[in-house]
Design a protein around this ligand. Structure first.
Ligand SMILES: Cc1cc2nc3c(=O)[nH]c(=O)nc-3n(C[C@H](O)[C@H](O)[C@H](O)COP(=O)(O)OP(=O)(O)OC[C@H]3O[C@@H](n4cnc5c(N)ncnc54)[C@H](O)[C@@H]3O)c2cc1C
Length: 508
């Protein structure tokens, strides 16, 4: 199927690629322009010295979103990705010595909760019994709807959906209604860090993440790492005739007569198209790609006033031995959960006691590291660049603190075994991917930056201009960003007079 409509997508992240694949599948002439030498953005990889590190995402959940995405463009996901369901989901390490390996089997999970605090089993089941309807309301009435226009937001369906979300309190206080034990409260709320927001600030609806991990979808691992998903999207794009240009740094979006007409590259080249989709982090798109008179309400003051997610300090380590006691996903909590989070989110300071997420896929996927060696990915939540932290001065001391904590925990003598190391600070995320304030997860999903109140997929001010990505509705995380790409493509098809597409029914 072909038509003569042209789309330019700026950025080959999860959002840009998914919109591009869907439009290319519908016969559009699609060109994706990526400033880096490799596609994927945060979903990309560092492939060096025999190691394949995921740059950002490592936890795959909502597998149905990925399966449906492939099925709807007539492909079987299993021909592109080898997906493994993880059991346990992750290993949680508390400072009091408690270790919990959360099983994917419900009975075993209840037994694990009983081992920690028998009184909380009933509370956990009550949490489950009320969360499903909230999860369904979130997905059907918010995540899977574009919510571009006030009239779409002010429908009875959406308004009743808001009531069903029951999200006026924060995650931690919501979970505390059901659960008494602090370790279990932590286990059910730390997931807000996936979105770069403190569980003491995150709307309580995000307790659905624990529900999704524990029950609805489980946690999955694509062989090769999450970056295999980015590679699969690039493959799909090619199969549908879409083009990907790397090292193509877009300098501005060309707007004439109130309509997006194309883009101008840093080398001066101008490309024209019927629609432009920016996958560049939304605040950066506004700040750098769009002339001030077309930014509408997104003035520099407005952008500065928005709440961004935290940053991430990343250590990508190649280690010349194996640490057999690790699981794929490991978390090392701190002496005082709230104090650590307040230091990062309230005081804009590096935490005294860093919380650490460690990912070690080597044990289930030897392909990501040289033989007998281990890939260790370390993520430490830190403030974003608005904190003014001087990373040049702070990095050596803070890195030392992180390594020392890991050595005390599961990785004795780690520093002696590091044969490869790469570090990303919030500056790296800003420089490589143009993330506003180096905020690793984009705009924070506060209540006032969610749904209709989050930046819209379709520009409010410029015709034929669209935005996709973590800082745009419906929000961050790979499956949600891919949903954004789908919503954008579907809007474009509709607004360009295409008859409603009968996407094939997903096979699974
Ligand atoms: C450390 C970390 C861990 C994470 N963990 C998880 C996880 O476990 N699970 C999960 O689901 N999600 C996770 N996420 C979130 C997830 O990575 C993001 O929500 C998602 O990948 C964002 O995709 P995107 O399309 O918004 O943009 P990006 O990945 O930011 O892609 C945007 C692309 O645009 C390009 N670009 C920017 N400016 C220009 C320009 N001027 N010209 C051309 N190209 C340009 C960039 O180089 C980039 O390739 C994590 C994120 C981070 C940083």
């Amino acid at each position: 199927m072909t038509n003569n409509k042209k789309a330019i997508v700026v950025g080959a992240g999860a959002g840009g690629l998914s919109a591009a694949v869907r439009l290319a599948h519908q016969g559009w002439d699609v060109t994706v322009l990526e400033k880096e030498a490799a596609p994927g953005g945060r979903l990309g990889a560092i492939e060096e010295a025999g190691y394949t590190f995921d740059i950002g995402p490592t936890i795959m959940m909502m597998d149905d979103v990925f399966r449906d995405f492939f099925a709807e463009v007539g492909r079987n996901i299993d021909d592109y990705l080898e997906l493994v369901r993880l059991n346990p989901l992750y290993r949680l390490n508390y400072q009091d010595g408690t270790v919990m390996a959360l099983p994917s089997d419900m009975k075993a999970l209840l037994d694990e909760i009983r081992r920690i605090n028998p009184d909380d089993v009933d509370g956990y089941l009550q949490f489950l019994s009320q969360i499903h309807s909230r999860y369904m309301a979130a997905r059907k009435k918010f995540i899977e709807k574009p919510l571009n226009k006030l009239e779409e937001f002010l429908t009875l369906d959406t308004l009743t959906g808001m009531v069903q979300l029951k999200t006026l309190n924060n995650m931690y206080s919501d979970i505390s209604r059901f659960i008494k034990d602090e370790r279990l409260r932590i286990a059910l709320t730390f997931q807000s860090i996936y979105l770069g927001i403190s569980p003491f600030d995150a709307p309580s609806i995000y307790t659905i993440i624990a529900y999704v991990e524990h029950g609805v979808s489980g946690v999955w691992y694509p062989k090769g790492g999450m970056n295999a998903i980015g590679k699969a999207l690039v493959r799909l794009l090619g199969e549908f005739g879409g083009k990907l240009r790397l090292n193509a740094d877009v300098q501005s979006i060309v707007i004439e007569g109130g309509r997006a007409r194309g883009v101008r590259l840093a080398n001066g080249e101008e490309l024209r198209a019927d629609v432009v989709i920016s996958n560049v982090d939304f605040p950066t798109s506004m700040e750098t790609l769009i002339a001030p008179e077309h930014r509408g309400k997104y003035t520099p003051q407005k952008l500065e006033s928005m709440t961004n997610s935290c940053g991430a300090l990343m250590l990508y380590l190649g280690v010349n031995r194996r640490y057999e006691n690790l699981d794929v996903h490991n978390i090392y909590f701190t002496r005082d959960y709230k104090e650590t989070l307040d230091q990062i989110f309230e005081q804009d300071a590096l935490p005294d006691d860093p919380a650490i997420y460690l990912y070690s896929p080597t044990r289930i996927d030897p392909s990501v590291a040289p033989q007998d060696k281990e890939l260790i990915y370390v993520l430490v939540p830190v403030p974003n660049l608005s904190s003014g932290i001087d990373w040049e001065t702070e990095l050596p001391r803070f890195r030392e603190k992180v390594i020392a904590k890991l050595e005390r925990a599961d990785l004795p003598d780690l520093r002696q075994h590091i044969e490869f190391e790469k570090i990303y600070t919030p500056h790296t995320f800003k420089q490589r991917f143009n993330l506003f304030q180096g905020a690793a997860f984009g705009l924070a999903p506060t209540l006032l930056q969610s749904g209709y109140f989050r930046p819209h997929i379709s520009s409010d001010d410029v015709e034929n201009l669209y935005f996709v990505g973590a800082s745009v509705h419906p929000g961050g995380g790979v499956p949600v960003v891919m949903t954004c790409g789908k919503l954008a493509a579907d809007l474009i098809l509709k607004e360009n007079g295409a008859p409603a597409v009968q996407w094939p029914k997903p096979a699974v």
